[in-house]
Design a protein around this ligand. Structure first.
Ligand SMILES: Nc1ncnc2c1ncn2[C@@H]1O[C@H](COP(=O)(O)OP(=O)(O)OP(=O)(O)O)[C@@H](O)[C@H]1O
Ligand SMILES: [Mg+2]
Length: 265
């Protein structure tokens, strides 16, 4: 407890809940889950913001078709603020809007940490029920900044069903569970759980193994929040910046609604 007081964890006053989406491993679907969660919360009538903190590969500009855009800056009471983009009713801000992504990652690290605090505090979020933060893979600078400086209400871990993905996510969970600076772990999202061909809606093919999410959840005594199948609509909509189509297939919609239910309650 003593250590906790060394860090000034902060949350802008208009934001009710900050939820971090993390994973030890790259490419497991963190950004997809963060964006889908934001979209699904917004569709249920919540006011939502999405903050992309991935210095290595910011995804929000791509997912929401905002590549190359720069946010407006406005002055308010002698201070400059960033105006978030709004898509599907979600307020969007990305570290990608501020960083020179051609700069080597080694230089980006420390800048990104101060950049993240700036994005949280100097963006005109207004009143939000939920701010979702998408994070880079691993347990590096950005995660340390989140743990030390941001009063987050919870973290969700994304994994795929393989053992390999689980080793890395175990390390990340242990970091977020740190008794001094940790934040509540809300649970696990298993992504790419199975594939169901549209011609055979009753069949499930476990392409990447089976049961990983459940195993992880029971190992850490945390809930398995949802399982998201592999679906071509997900890849297509993400890669082409058509987020509106992300949950257009019923199994994906259902999986995200289950996640929303579990997050809200
Ligand atoms: N359930 C799914 N079905 C089909 N494709 C998916 C699914 N989930 C994610 N993908 C695709 O997999 C790729 C990786 O997903 P995403 O970018 O969300 O992962 P990430 O964990 O954020 O990666 P990174 O570590 O690089 O930030 C993307 O092309 C995405 O569209
Ligand atoms: Mg990502």
């Amino acid at each position: 407890m003593e250590n906790q007081e060394q860090f000034l964890k902060n949350k802008p006053s208009g934001i009710k809940k900050i939820v971090v989406v993390a994973s030890g491993k790259g490419g497991v679907g963190k950004s997809t889950v963060a964006a889908g969660l934001a979209m699904s919360l917004a569709s249920e009538g919540h006011s939502v913001g999405l903050l992309d903190a991935d210095i290595y590969g910011p995804s929000i500009p791509l997912l929401f078709n905002l590549k190359g855009k720069r946010p407006f800056v406005v002055d308010k009471e002698g201070k400059s603020y960033l105006v978030p983009f709004i898509n599907f009713g979600i307020k969007l801000m990305s570290i990608g809007f501020l960083l020179d992504t051609k700069e080597p990652v080694i230089w980006r690290g420390p800048k990104a940490s101060s950049g993240l605090s700036q994005l949280l505090n100097d963006t005109l979020w207004g009143d939000l029920d939920y701010l979702i933060i998408d994070t880079p893979p691993g347990t590096g600078d950005i995660h340390i900044t989140i743990l030390q400086n941001i009063a987050a209400d919870g973290v969700i871990f994304v994994t795929t069903p393989q053992e390999m993905a689980m080793d890395d996510v175990e390390k990340a969970i242990a970091m977020y569970k740190n008794p001094q600076i940790g934040i509540p772990v809300m649970g696990v999202v298993e992504n790419m759980s199975w594939f169901t061909p549209s011609q055979h809606p009753d069949e499930k093919y476990f392409l990447f193994g089976k049961g990983g999410g459940e195993k992880l959840a029971s190992e850490f005594d945390i809930p398995l929040l949802t399982q998201i199948p592999v679906n071509e609509k997900v890849g297509e909509s993400c890669d082409s910046g058509r987020m509106g189509e992300l949950t257009s297939s019923q199994p994906i919609y259902d999986a995200f609604m289950k996640l929303v239910e579990n997050i809200v309650t």
